[in-house]
Each structure stands twice: as C-alpha cells, then as structure tokens.
Ligand binder design. Structure first.
Ligand SMILES: Nc1ncnc2c1ncn2[C@@H]1O[C@H](COP(=O)(O)OP(=O)(O)OP(=O)(O)O)[C@@H](O)[C@H]1O
Ligand SMILES: [Mg+2]
Length: 257
C-alpha cells in the first residue's frame, strides 16, 4: 500500500510546563509592556522575569532545546533555543539541528499546518509563530473533540511537500484554538524531493509518520484499526534496527563527549 500520510507517537516528552497554561501565558505576556527584543537570550530573560509561565519546555535531554514564549516586536513568538549546547562539543550539531528546522519551517511558510518561521535569534536559536491551543495528547486527555481526518490531512499535506516528519506524536501536534491542526518540531524531519539521494527512502519514512498518526485513530474516532492499518502501525524491522543502533552505539558515544 502506498504510504501517503504520517504519524503520532504518544511517548512522554521532556516538557516541564503544563500546556494548558498556554492561554494564561498569552494573556499575561500580551499585557506586559515589554520592549521588542531581537535576541532570544534577552527576550527570553525579560519574558521569564515577567512571568514564570513563559517556558514551554526546558531542555531535558541530549541535544534538546529550550522552548519559550517571548514577546518580540510586540507579538508573542516562540523561541526554540539550543544555546545550552554552545560551549560543548555538540555545539556544531546543535547549530545544524537549529538551521535544519528553521529551513524546513521556511519552506512551509505558506502552509497553514506548521508555525511560520519568524527569524533567527542568534547562532543557536530561532523564532516561530506562537500557536495558542493545546497539544494533541493534552487535548485528547482533556476530552476535547479533535477530528482524526484533520490530523491525517495535515500529515498527508506534509508528505505532499516532500517532507517526512519522523517524530509524529501527541506532543508534536498542536490543536490550535481556532481548530487548526499544526505540526511542530521539525528537528528530525527530512525534505527529499525527487532527485535527492534520500528520495528512495521517503516511502519507508512516510510509513513511520503514518504509524504515528494511526496511534490516535481509536482515541479520536472510537473505531478499531483495520488489518491493513494494523500492519502499517507496526514498527518495520529496519526501523527497529535503526533504533537499536542509535540507542546502543550512537547515543553512548554522544553522551561520553
Ligand atoms: N509554535 C509553537 N506554538 C505553541 N507551542 C509550541 C510551539 N512550538 C513548541 N511548542 C510547545 O513546546 C513544546 C516543545 O517544543 P518542540 O517539540 O519543538 O521541542 P523538542 O525539544 O523537539 O521537544 P521533544 O523532543 O520533547 O518533542 C511542544 O510540545 C509544544 O507544547
Ligand atoms: Mg516535540
């Protein structure tokens, strides 16, 4: 079966902040009289001083970023910041991850299902549109009605842009207040149109996205997976091998640096 849409994996993330605070953050930040700041460090510092609720995520793992809501040019913006890695041997990798994600967001700028890119803060951080709402995991847990087909459409749309996400899960899909489904966290995503060396792998990678998406079918629709969907949802052997290699070979080396 051709793989033409992507996934959601409700694994626990390192997030510290309660996403349901998003509305409160919005209100509080908009009411502050913060001067516009062009650097993420300054803006984040000021916003944090103004409210403890502005941190959406404190980096909690290897090559993770701090994610904060900041006021920039008078508007609420999200800053994804890898600065904490800047004085470590992983600095080049952190810079690369940040640039990659920014590049993908720019590519998707006219697409309504990703946050728009709003500029670089410095070598390790960038700004993107702040999407008020809740992540899918939280929305589902709080009983909010979310249309599964809208989620599928968003993932399919991403694939139509020749992009695979590679980390589709509840915390990486936002249900905006206006009902829009917004996919975030493109740190592992890949753009591989026809002609690029990795293009032949796209079909397999799309399948991973699909598997992640299907994890939400039962919760959102109350319907069981069909046998074909069950097959698609199972992790393929090559992916299990890759995960094992990453966990047993690559991660220990990175950690030891
Ligand atoms: N544009 C945004 N608008 C609103 N909230 C956002 C936005 N971007 C990120 N967030 C919030 O910050 C959290 C962390 O962001 P993101 O997933 O990009 O970071 P990450 O380091 O890749 O996290 P993880 O590896 O745990 O998925 C998200 O789960 C979401 O709740
Ligand atoms: Mg994430």
């Amino acid at each position: 079966m051709a793989c033409h849409f992507s996934s959601l994996d409700p694994a626990a993330s390192a997030r510290e902040a309660d996403p349901s605070l998003n509305k409160a953050i919005a209100a509080e930040l908009v009411n502050t009289t913060l001067a516009a700041n062009d650097t993420c460090i300054e803006a984040t510092g000021i916003a944090r001083a103004a409210s403890d609720n502005t941190v959406l995520q404190k980096a909690g793992g290897l090559l993770k970023a701090d994610v904060s809501v900041v006021v920039r040019h008078g508007r609420m913006t999200v800053c994804k910041d890898y600065q904490r890695w800047r004085r470590t041997p992983l600095a080049p990798l952190a810079h690369y991850l940040m640039r990659r994600e920014a590049r993908l967001l720019r590519r998707l700028n006219d697409w309504p299902h990703s946050p728009s890119f709003e500029g670089f803060a410095n070598r390790y951080a960038f700004f993107m549109e702040y999407v008020p709402g809740a992540d899918l995991k939280t929305a589902v847990a709080s009983g909010q009605k979310v249309s599964f087909s809208k989620v599928v459409d968003a993932v399919a749309g991403l694939h139509r842009h020749d992009i695979v996400h590679n980390d589709i899960r509840g915390s990486n899909i936002l249900v905006a207040e206006d009902g829009r489904i917004v996919i975030i966290d493109f740190a592992s995503a890949l753009y591989a149109p026809k002609g690029r060396p990795l293009h032949p792998l796209m079909r397999r990678m799309r399948r991973l996205d699909i598997a992640g998406t299907l994890k939400f079918k039962h919760r959102l629709t109350g319907k069981a997976l069909t046998p074909v969907e069950r097959r698609l949802k199972a992790k393929p052997q090559w992916f299990k091998g890759l995960q094992q290699g990453w966990k047993k070979k690559v991660l220990p080396v990175l950690r030891s640096t």
